[in-house]
Design a protein around this ligand. Sequence first.
Ligand SMILES: Nc1nc2c(ncn2[C@@H]2O[C@H](COP(=O)(O)O[C@H]3[C@@H](O)[C@H](n4cnc5c(=O)[nH]c(N)nc54)O[C@@H]3COP(=O)(O)O)[C@@H](O)[C@H]2O)c(=O)[nH]1
Length: 511
Amino acid sequence: MGQMRTTWADRVTILAFAAVGCILFLAIGQVTLLELSWPQLAAYLDKVLDRSVAVARAGIDTIAVIDRSGAEICSASDLGNMRYELFLNEYLSDIGRTVGNRILCSAGWGQLSNSVALPEPIRRQTSGTELWANARSPLDPRLVVDMARRGSVIVFTSPSAFKPFEGSDGTLAALVVTHDGRHVFRAFGDTRGLGARLTAAQPGFEFGPRITAVSCAGTFDICVVAALSNVNILRQPAPIWLGIGAAGAVTAGCVGMVLVQRRRVLASLPQQIRRAVSLGRLTMAYQPLVRLSDRRMVGVEALARLTDDRGRPIPPDIFIAIAEEKGFIGVVTRKVISLTLTQMRGRLTGDEAFDVHINFAVTDLLDDRLLTYLDGEVSRLGISPARVVIELTERSTAEHDRLREAVETLRRRGYKFFIDDFGTGYSNLAYLARLPINGIKMDKMFTKAIGKAAASSAIVDTICATARSLNVELVAEGVEEPEQAARILELFPRAVGQGWLFGKPVPAEHL
Ligand SMILES: Nc1nc2c(ncn2[C@@H]2O[C@H](COP(=O)(O)O[C@H]3[C@@H](O)[C@H](n4cnc5c(=O)[nH]c(N)nc54)O[C@@H]3COP(=O)(O)O)[C@@H](O)[C@H]2O)c(=O)[nH]1
């Protein structure tokens, strides 16, 4: 085989495979990154919501305790109670008492000489609780706090209540908001656009340029919208995505090369086969045909073998099919006839009953010159045509009449004729009955089914019955196990078997 040059089309194919592989691997990387990111986001979301609920509960519980104390507002014992509660509560920075919308005293500031006015609350809940979110503390404007008031008690959230979530790593962000999303209690990280993600009716996961998730508290008017950015594979460190992309390109590029190579080999097969046949690289193997009743070898099937330019075998079903398709099967069959009759001459001219089965394509059978060639070889080698069995796989119903004429011609000249792979083609009984056949070869798929698949096993019975009713010989192909041979013998005592139980195809000298 001459060296095959890589064409532009081949290069483009390989490059296209590499590009698709690169994209595919990056897409897989992206999906994997997302898969790994969801748990991280969910854990963060839970932590922020748990903390938000804990802070809210601390405020509401403290209000209830102070309210229930019954102490006179801003009295020494009231201030003492408030300081005690403040001391116990890590999430509050102060507790105060109000009258109207003014703060009179607080645990932190004591009795105020001048009461301080409260701004308008952002929200008045049905429970009577008023809320201020993210507001300047009326007691110390330097501080931004959340406040909650019910009755006369007001609590101030500690600025450090959410400390663990402040100063995030730049990839995590969260908004702590009311259920309707209108009021933001806290914001951590880059929360741009996060408010729009909140749909109180449908909290849950959703996709975007970053992944976001929403979760709301049942008992408090609090929702958390959290986001994790940097889940884009291309924003990971360059060695990671370059490595993944390159791995995809190399893997798919290799697949592309193999396919291109295969396509080229397949495209060049017809020439290779022609060349191999003309250079005499076609050889023959013979598989024994054994009479099942006494296990005597009564013939062989001639099976062609061919090697490519590198000496590797080309499977016969491939080179025969290509030779048929490309119209040079006649050349192959001539070689087969000549080699087979020469190599089998000794046995074919001996006293023992011994037949050789040769496979013909339909075109071979319809080719008068090929039949003349067969006649010539038979008479040149002094072989009786009765020792030569022509096998034909009957797959076409189109040329029944011509085939029948051809078979009749063969029979007149003394050759025998078998239908090969019986049971797989289109042969029907009416047609078969009109064909002067000597025998049928039952396909190996039916032999293999004996004792296994009930339906196919039943077809074996039918095929044997057909051979009996047509009064023709029967060869069972693909006999690999003694049980198969025994069953066929039971159904058709004159049957001949072919298969690995009796021997694989071998060169003439190994028969
Ligand atoms: N027109 C021509 N066709 C030919 C010629 N030489 C071969 N062929 C056809 O090619 C097909 C494949 O043949 P091959 O690979 O040689 O396989 C044969 C046997 O090896 C195989 N076999 C036989 N016994 C067994 C078995 O027990 N198990 C098993 N798994 N395989 C077995 O069967 C093939 C013989 O089949 P068949 O011809 O139907 O009897 C094949 O279709 C050949 O016909 C040629 O010269 N011309």
